[in-house]
Design a protein around this ligand. Structure first.
Ligand SMILES: Cc1cc2nc3c(=O)[nH]c(=O)nc-3n(C[C@H](O)[C@H](O)[C@H](O)COP(=O)(O)OP(=O)(O)OC[C@H]3O[C@@H](n4cnc5c(N)ncnc54)[C@H](O)[C@@H]3O)c2cc1C
Length: 447
């Protein structure tokens, strides 16, 4: 374990390394604890409480907002607690530490013909990802990844290590599935249900010119409810290699057989502007490395990022004016050789007839379509304008929104609901029970 304070050599490096986004909050924890064991975490919590300092927590560091970089806090950095403790092939169970990256977990599981809906990008930590819900690969089939958490081992505000599951501390278990950065404890181990590896993993991808935006989104809205649950359909207006705007349409498909995958893939051939596609890959057997590589290309390291998002079930006709405005105004950075700002439209479909029933858990706000706008730039001089863009665009479409997803939260600029009213009330009750003195930092803001 290492403990760093602002005067220590290595403190600033540790503070910066705690956030993947290069846009790091201008706040300084009083203490950074690089924990390696459960005892390190217990001691850090007890020391912080005794010193009257609040606690923030980092696992993989992929919080866009750098939620855990807080002035005067004890930052418990769990990135060194990154082991896959156990995988039980027969029982289809795994135990994982929070600093483990989803990519690495999935690699180990797939070697055993198993699968888990980890996040789409290289580097996303299991810790924050599972606590906030977790839209992972093939998540439409399994539900948000937190639905596959069967228990958590938690260090509570009074420094006790407890197991929370359906029977023990069920209220803590409830909160660990969806309260995200508001969770009032330090999770040091996740117990997971894992799945059989899908037999056919297929990439169905097209790229369209931006001129057909209206046709494409109208079509996507129409087919959305009919898209088989094993396909995650994403439209991603962005900048192409030539600097012009284009619209990739991707349908990652996870099926039980090649035959089934081929059948599913056909839905993307119903596009009314199929003949305008500049790239068409109707059916390409894929490795997960291909998917991670393609997504990571869209989210390169060493950039400054600011997203904002909304859930919606509005019609394409209602959404298109806002989408058009987002695409028209995608932020650019002349100092970058390629611009990476983009919009993501995802067909989520929690009401699809094959979607799994949601259990009673904090995660409780989702809708048919997920829209997320991401501003990316490198030059700090653009912070002022570019960091406002995503929230401004989402504000313009707020009348069509049914809330926000914590994954791409921007609560400090635009608070929006991410749980039901009933769940906010339950959260407050449980937080008061487990963390009566507000030891743990929570969301930047909440509606
Ligand atoms: C490039 C990129 C791609 C992404 N792709 C996806 C995606 O495909 N699907 C998706 O759902 N989300 C995605 N996200 C969002 C991401 O899942 C969330 O930001 C998540 O919180 C990251 O987890 P982490 O452990 O890496 O983050 P961290 O920044 O370490 O944690 C986020 C917050 O969670 C809390 N926290 C973390 N660990 C613990 C713990 N062990 N105990 C208690 N509280 C804790 C803290 O408040 C912390 O600030 C992506 C983010 C990025 C930057």
């Amino acid at each position: 374990m290492s403990i760093l304070t602002p005067s220590d050599h290595g403190y600033e490096d540790a503070r910066r390394a705690a956030v993947w986004n290069r846009r790091i909050p201008n706040e300084n924890p009083d203490v950074i604890v690089l924990a390696e064991t459960a005892d390190d975490v217990i001691n850090a919590v007890n020391d912080a409480r005794a010193a009257g300092r609040k606690v923030s927590i980092r696992s993989g560091g992929h919080s866009w907002s750098g939620n855990h970089i807080r002035q005067g806090a004890t930052l418990i950095d769990l990135s060194r607690m990154n082991s896959i403790v156990e995988i039980n092939r027969e029982a289809k169970r795994a135990i994982v530490e929070p600093g483990c990256q989803g990519t690495l977990l999935l690699k180990e599981l797939m070697a055993l013909d198993l699968f888990f809906p980890v996040g789409h990008c290289v580097g996303v930590g299991i810790g924050g990802f599972l606590l906030q819900g977790g839209f992972g690969w093939n998540s439409r089939v399994y539900g948000p990844a937190c639905m596959s958490v069967t228990a958590v081992d938690v260090v509570t505000a009074d420094g006790e290590l407890v197991r929370a599951d359906e029977n023990n501390h069920p209220d803590l278990y409830w909160a660990a599935r969806g309260s995200g950065p508001g969770f009032f404890g330090v999770v040091i181990r996740f117990h997971l249900k894992v799945y059989d590896r899908p037999k056919a993993i297929v990439n169905c991808a097209y790229i369209y010119p931006a001129e057909v935006l209206e046709d494409l989104f109208t079509w996507a809205g129409e087919i959305g409810p009919k898209v088989p649950i094993q396909m995650e359909l994403i439209l991603l207006p962005h900048f192409g290699f030539d600097g012009g705007k284009e619209i990739p349409v991707a349908g990652a498909t996870f099926a039980d057989s090649e035959e089934e995958a081929r059948e599913i893939a056909k839905i993307l051939e119903t596009s009314p502007v199929l003949d305008r596609a500049t790239v068409a890959m109707p059916y390409v057997p894929a490795q997960m490395e291909d998917f991670f590589g393609a997504v990571h290309f869209q989210y390169p390291d060493n950039h400054r990022w600011c997203p904002d998002n909304m859930w919606t079930h509005a019609s394409a006709a209602e959404l298109i004016p806002g989408i058009r405005e987002i695409v028209r105004t995608l932020p650019e950075d002349p100092s970058d050789t390629q611009n990476f700002s983009h919009l993501q439209w995802m067909n989520w479909g929690p009401n699809h007839p094959d979607a799994p029933e949601r259990p009673d858990m904090a995660f409780s706000n989702e809708d048919e379509i997920f829209l997320s706008a991401y501003a990316a730039w490198s030059d700090p001089a653009l912070d002022e304008t570019h960091s406002k863009w995503a929230a401004e665009r989402m504000r313009g479409m707020e009348h069509l929104s049914t809330g926000t997803q914590l994954a791409d939260e921007n609560l400090s600029q635009r608070p929006s609901r991410f749980m039901t009213d009933e769940n906010y009330a339950r959260y407050d009750e449980y937080k008061a029970k487990y963390d009566p003195d507000d030891l743990f930092h929570t969301w930047w803001d909440r509606p």
